[in-house]
Design a protein around this ligand. Structure first.
Ligand code: HEC
Ligand code: HEC
Ligand code: HEC
Ligand code: HEC
Ligand code: HEC
Ligand code: HEC
Ligand code: HEC
Length: 306
């Protein structure tokens, strides 16, 4: 099958993709791609229609735009799944973990697989729940699509990355795959942060919750809550931590491309206090000055009128 692919919503990034396993995967998608499925029941001698367990639905369009778009289901799952009803013992099937394939593979060496694994093992999630919490909890092997490194639209990356955390922290059904208690309401636990909605759109959870690592694009060490960033100046200042995390990749790229440090931030947003652009600062000073003058004139007129 040949399909035009525009992976990251950018017009110039259209590439042609050949899906080698579309035919083979269709055998699974005809059931797992839909809310209902049907099969021929030999014993009853008729077609039977049933509902698919919603957690067993794999969205085919997400699958074919994910990192693993050119995979056969059988690359990870047993051939025995061709049979339906699926044999019982498949329930205990040992599935490959990320590192089984990616460990020691130099194709994507710069992604720091081993280091990510080490960092993850130090994180609160792993230290508290080492058995249940694994990479799949955040990276669905069927749908995970790399963002921060490749997507030039920072807002999309923020939304994508926050979506990963909120898939549990705002969803009790997934949260309780790990623990029995109810997930604390993130809106309430962050009510000290002014203008929450705006912050959620402009910063990622990991900015405040993951330890920053110089040599890694995404640190995987989620710290205990006591260590989370709370001080406004960590971001709203000239050496904003966002330069070392959210804008890290862009800062590096644009420094080599345009030779000036600020390009990444200038393109995206003006963060109060964090901006080093002389003219923008001057403009905001002038606006501030005008406001003060305006208030002064207004006040004087009122006093004179009285
Ligand atoms: C006729 C419909 C049908 C087809 C075709 C089908 N499945 Fe399933 N599959 C199901 C249903 C229903 C379940 C849930 C009940 C069960 O486990 O039998 C399921 C469950 C699964 C599970 C979860 C098992 C578990 O216990 O965690 C996996 C994995 C799976 N299927 C993979 C596949 C793969 C891979 C293919 C293609 C080779 C495939 N299925 C084809 C209907 C189907
Ligand atoms: C890169 C490896 C990989 C590929 C390719 C893959 N799967 Fe899976 N699949 C997994 C893993 C790992 C799990 C267990 C997920 C978990 O622990 O949450 C899983 C779980 C499932 C489940 C059970 C539901 C769930 O989320 O636990 C179904 C159904 C399933 N896969 C169907 C498919 C189908 C259909 C395809 C092909 C279109 C496919 N898988 C391709 C790795 C893969
Ligand atoms: C069965 C082996 C296998 C498993 C299991 C597997 N991967 Fe992959 N993955 C691959 C291969 C092969 C590619 C390269 C695909 C390509 O280049 O088109 C890939 C591509 C990727 C990429 C894209 C690399 C890039 O930077 O563009 C990422 C990210 C990724 N995998 C993450 C994961 C994560 C996270 C897991 C675990 C949830 C995982 N993979 C599980 C084999 C696997
Ligand atoms: C608590 C959630 C969480 C867990 C657990 C997790 N990750 Fe991630 N990971 C993320 C987020 C968020 C990103 C950023 C995704 C993006 O924008 O591309 C990411 C990115 C990545 C990347 C891309 C790094 C790059 O430089 O582009 C890889 C590779 C990766 N994770 C592998 C893993 C592996 C392997 C594991 C298990 C050892 C794992 N992750 C566990 C949340 C998690
Ligand atoms: C501006 C920094 C910041 C951002 C962004 C942020 N947090 Fe937090 N978060 C904190 C701080 C500080 C605490 C500690 C609050 C306390 O102890 O009262 C915290 C606490 C938490 C807790 C523990 C709450 C509890 O009561 O158990 C969780 C879970 C959490 N955050 C998840 C998230 C998620 C998910 C996101 C993204 C949607 C996020 N945080 C974004 C700073 C942040
Ligand atoms: C699979 C579900 C799941 C995902 C995905 C997830 N978390 Fe959690 N997280 C939990 C659970 C469960 C706990 C509570 C652990 C406990 O207290 O036993 C927790 C605890 C936390 C805490 C509080 C730690 C403390 O000191 O009490 C923080 C902070 C946190 N998560 C941040 C994040 C961030 C940031 C992400 C995304 C990168 C994320 N989580 C993704 C399930 C998840
Ligand atoms: C993790 C980094 C980070 C932290 C910590 C942080 N902020 Fe922000 N804040 C941002 C970003 C990014 C924006 C969005 C900038 C933009 O697009 O205008 C923002 C926006 C704001 C805005 C809105 C500005 C407007 O245009 O309306 C206010 C007010 C604000 N922050 C105050 C605070 C205060 C007070 C604290 C401490 C309690 C704080 N912030 C902590 C990153 C942060």
């Amino acid at each position: 099958m040949l399909v035009l692919f525009n992976g990251y919503g950018q017009d110039d990034a259209v590439e042609e993709r050949v899906y080698d396993y579309a035919g083979e995967n269709h055998k699974c998608f005809k059931c797992h791609g839909h809310k209902t499925f049907h099969y021929y029941n030999d014993q009853m001698g008729q077609e039977v229609r049933e509902r698919m367990n919603p957690y067993y639905i794999v969205d085919s369009s997400e699958f074919y735009t994910s990192n693993h778009w050119n995979f056969s289901c059988f690359d990870c799952h047993s051939y025995e799944y061709e049979n339906f009803p699926h044999p019982n013992e498949l329930r205990f099937e040992q599935l490959p973990a990320c590192l089984d394939c990616h460990g020691g593979d130099d194709t994507y060496e710069d992604r720091n697989w081993e280091q990510i694994n080490d960092e993850f093992l130090k994180s609160v999630h792993s230290t508290k729940h080492s058995i249940d919490f694994n990479c799949n909890m955040c990276h669905d092997p069927h749908t995970y699509k790399i963002n921060a490194r490749t997507n030039e639209n920072i807002k999309q990356t923020i939304q994508y990355d926050n979506g990963i955390c909120l898939s549990c922290h705002a969803n009790i059904n997934k949260y309780q795959l790990i623990v029995d208690f109810v997930n604390p309401n993130v809106l309430k636990t962050h009510d000290w942060l002014p203008n929450q909605a705006l912050h959620w759109q402009n910063v990622r959870c990991i900015e405040c919750h993951a330890e920053i690592k110089e040599d890694m694009l995404i640190s995987h060490n989620i710290q205990p809550k006591e260590k989370a960033v709370r001080k406004c100046v960590e971001c709203h200042s000239q050496n904003s931590l966002l330069l070392a995390s959210l804008y890290k990749h862009q800062v590096k790229e644009s420094r080599s491309k345009y030779g000036f440090f600020n390009a990444a931030i200038m393109n995206n947003s003006y963060i109060i206090g964090a901006n080093r652009n002389y003219y923008l600062n001057l403009i905001s000073l002038i606006i501030f000055g005008l406001v003060v003058v305006g208030i002064g004139i207004h006040g004087t007129i009122r006093i004179i009128k009285k």
